[in-house]
Design a protein around this ligand. Structure first.
Ligand SMILES: [Zn+2]
Length: 645
């Protein structure tokens, strides 16, 4: 693509041979006169000094011209509109300029008045050829160039081939080009531009001097737009210019075309520019933030209506709110920002006062909910409905107690944490927004000072979808086993684990789900398996496996005796037991009282193995399994959508 793509008219650079004298077409349907020149073109930089935001590139190129070591191939990369083809054209002039007296050599400061400079400025120099690889991708196109590169320049000192969007060339075209790049004729310079460097073959890249053109910082853009608008006789407020610079997202060209529009519409105030850009005005965004954080859903909906009536894109209302939350969070971590002149006065004052009233955890919860909300809006059939739902949820969640508030309240309601156990005392609830936008809380619980430390977690689903979760610290993994290559299994469960490790998937599944152990004690292994066909296959495969690993040490038999529950059944019992323990825990009871209608969704015991069973030495289903729960700090997992009923 040419560097002047939408919304500017295409330049003649898209044709291989420059079409002398044809200046840009007028802006399509508007009623601009033929001679109207869009700002991006009118103020296109003519010298390296005019380029904004590309200081490194300019410094290196200047130096190269000074010492007379200018590369024969350049690769200019960067997002659209940062000045890649503009830079290429300046290089072309710098290479060909003969100076005011017609005697000068290559220079980093092309004069702009010599015949070469003038011709290149007017895009009609016979030796400076621009090609848009987006429309001419084939090998024949490249051959044409190569053919031309064999002739001496007609008018200038150097033939310059500018190939824009070079990554679009076909593989064959690249190969054809490569030969010329390997031994470039002395009077030829290639300048490639691309937005997607990854797609350029490394063989080509390695033969080019590469420059990364950066997004131009907002303040620099705003300054640039200020200068230009003044030259155009327009008088924008600094807020309005800041909005345009923000929307330009680092692209000078995009920003200038917005400036064009703003001038044409006479939109010189922030409000008018916001309307033009489809943004809600900043004041409205702060009104919304305040209402959201106060949990006033009715006000928020009224403000949404207002933004909608003003023509704001409601999705961008959400992203603007995100930006607001981001700003408040930055205020939190760096209070000096509140005095920063880079920010409009309104954002500093209103943001500052709002920031003082909100905690970091509230802000990060709001951020996550908005982030998910934006994705929801994109997926929803009715964007407005989706936006409103996100905002309503945000209102409700913002008045939920913050985790630390809640834990303090609940601690007051339950018995105090025993002394001497403070390291595992409650220190924090953690909260995260769930995808439904409701808060979830982790209530960490650990076993007391006696017995092994059990890691378990509990999840409660509270009215409206909030989840409360508790968890204990992790059990330090036992260091037994895994010493020998194939240790002798000491229990039925270990034997099943072994079968799994031996990649006997079918056998493993059967032993886990259907087998009931009747007797386990070397050499006897007695199972109950009800299905005769299955039994035969198990007889064959398990015997073979045991014989291979422990020759002569095991004897497999089957019995009709009831035996123990299968491993799966035992796992289900543990789940029920955990649920029961959790239900009786004082803190959980306090939480349930606080959130009437809450129910325990699941209890996760981190100490359980793949079969949902605790370590065997803990006698899982015995009475002493009941954990003596205390509270301990814990970092919450993010909540999974599936956890919300
Ligand atoms: Zn010149």
């Amino acid at each position: 693509m040419d560097d002047d793509t939408l919304p500017l008219p295409q330049e003649e650079g898209t044709s291989f041979f420059p079409d002398a004298g044809s200046v840009g077409r007028p802006i399509s349907e508007t009623e601009k006169p033929q001679h109207y020149k869009v700002l991006a073109r009118k103020y296109r930089p003519r010298t390296f000094d005019d380029l904004i935001g590309q200081d490194t590139l300019v410094r290196i190129l200047r130096r190269a011209f000074e010492v007379g070591r200018v590369a024969h191939a350049f690769m200019l990369t960067g997002v659209r509109g940062v000045g890649k083809t503009t830079t290429a054209r300046i290089i072309a002039r710098a290479l060909n300029c003969t100076g005011r007296d017609g005697k000068g050599g290559p220079t980093a400061d092309p004069c702009g008045v010599c015949p070469n400079c003038v011709a290149i400025l007017e895009d009609r120099h016979p030796d400076v050829l621009e090609m848009d690889a987006a429309s001419r991708t084939g090998v024949d196109d490249v051959r044409e160039i190569i053919e031309f590169s064999r002739f001496r320049p007609m008018q200038g000192r150097m033939k310059v081939f500018i190939i824009d969007e070079v990554h679009m060339l076909s593989r064959n075209a690249f190969n054809a080009l490569l030969k010329t790049l390997e031994e470039p004729p002395a009077q030829v310079t290639f300048i490639f531009a691309t937005t997607e460097l990854r797609k350029v073959p490394v063989t080509v890249l390695s033969r080019c001097q590469r420059f990364d053109l950066h997004r131009v910082p907002q303040d620099q853009l705003a300054e640039h737009f200020k200068n230009i608008s003044e030259k155009e006789g327009a008088h924008f407020t600094s807020e309005a210019l800041a909005l345009i610079a923000r929307a330009a997202d680092g692209s000078v060209r995009d920003g200038l075309s917005l400036l064009d529009q703003a001038i044409a519409q006479g939109a010189e105030e922030a409000g008018a520019v916001s309307a033009m850009l489809g943004l809600a005005d900043r004041g409205l965004i702060f009104d919304m933030l305040e209402s959201v954080m106060a949990g006033k859903a009715d006000q928020v909906l009224a403000l949404t209506e207002k933004a909608y009536a003003q023509g704001a894109d409601l999705r961008s209302v959400l992203t603007d709110l995100m930006e607001g939350v981001h700003l408040l969070s930055r205020f939190k971590v760096d209070s000096s920002l509140r005095e920063s002149n880079d920010l409009p006065e309104m954002e500093r004052s209103r943001g500052g006062s709002l920031c003082d009233r909100l905690s970091m955890s509230v802000l990060s919860r709001a951020w996550q909910m908005l982030l998910k909300g934006v994705a929801e809006v994109d997926a929803a059939p009715d964007r407005r409905q989706a936006v409103e739902m996100v905002l309503i949820r945000l209102c409700y969640s913002s008045v939920l107690p913050t985790p630390d508030e809640l834990i303090r309240q609940l601690q007051g309601e339950t018995s105090p944490v025993p002394a001497g156990n403070t390291s595992r005392a409650v220190s924090a609830f953690t909260a995260q927004s769930s995808s439904s936008g409701m808060a979830s809380m982790s209530v960490p619980v650990s076993e007391g000072s006696h017995g092994p430390v059990v890691r378990s977690s509990l999840r409660l689903v509270v009215n409206g979808g909030a989840i409360i979760e508790h968890e204990t610290p992790e059990l330090v993994a036992s260091e037994e086993t895994e010493e020998l290559p194939v240790p002798m299994p000491k229990s039925w469960r270990e034997m099943v684990v072994l079968v799994g490790q031996e990649k006997e998937a079918w056998l493993h599944g059967i032993l886990r789900h259907e087998a009931h152990i009747v007797r386990f004690g070397p050499p006897d292994l007695v199972l109950r398996l009800d299905d005769i066909v299955v039994r035969k296959r198990v007889q064959r495969t398990l015997s073979a496996l045991l014989e291979r690993l422990y020759p002569g040490q095991w004897r497999l038999d089957f019995s009709e005796e009831k035996g123990e529950p299968s491993l799966d059944e035992q796992g289900a019992q543990v789940v029920a037991l955990n649920q029961q323990h959790a239900q009786n825990h004082p803190l959980i009871r306090a939480v349930m009282k606080r959130f009437p209608g809450a129910r325990i969704a699941s209890v996760h015991d981190r100490n359980l193995d793949d079969y949902g069973l605790p370590p065997e030495e803990m006698t899982p289903l015995g009475e002493d399994y009941a954990p003596d729960l205390d509270f301990a700090p814990y970092d919450a997992d993010s909540i999974n959508e599936n956890d919300l009923d």
